[in-house]
Design a protein around this ligand. Sequence first.
Ligand SMILES: [Zn+2]
Ligand SMILES: [Zn+2]
Length: 221
Amino acid sequence: MLVSYNHRMSSTEPIIFDSRVEPFMKNGYLVVDPDSYAVYIDPGDEAPKLVDWATKHKMRVTAIANTHGHLDHICGVRTVKDKFDVPIYLHPADEDLYNRLSQQAAWFGLTYPPAPPVDRFYQDGDLLRVGKLEFRVHHTPGHSPGGVCLELGEHIFCGDLIFLDSIGRTDLPGGSYETLIRSIREKLLPLGDEKILHCGHGPDTTIGRERKENPFLNERI
Ligand SMILES: [Zn+2]
Ligand SMILES: [Zn+2]
């Protein structure tokens, strides 16, 4: 299935669409407000299909928001930018990674053209507004220097910081295991157990579930 329909609690709540394709199976999210204003979070290889789908359903895509600068999360930025010509957001600490998209692709034996330049940099504590949606930006480095979590009410788009029963890898340039664990403990967990985590890979989970069950956070181990 191209697009999975995740959440709609009431008519005033955002709708979240999630799509993933080979080779990275990275989740690309289109988050849409009640007036069809939308932000595309982490455009990757699924971007052509999700852009076509958004166009067909008359979504007003007004921003591209990246959780971090890794290849699988940014290789579709050009497709979205070419179609909608909207600002690209990133944390400045990942600009160097972002600007080396082609080099990152070469690490995997792949070829991608460079991504278009970042238009706006968001910092810890900033608010990203898209229509009626307000995302709070949390700088959560460790998987990459400029990784962010984007908090929208009960929803958190956490990139590759944490996954169901796992955490982001820290062996890529700029990664740090200690920094990542600190980001999770000091920045993410305090946001509350009930928050839903929309991860960069794999299924959704919650902060409470990971706080209790994630083997990387379980102090009993
Ligand atoms: Zn990553
Ligand atoms: Zn990823």
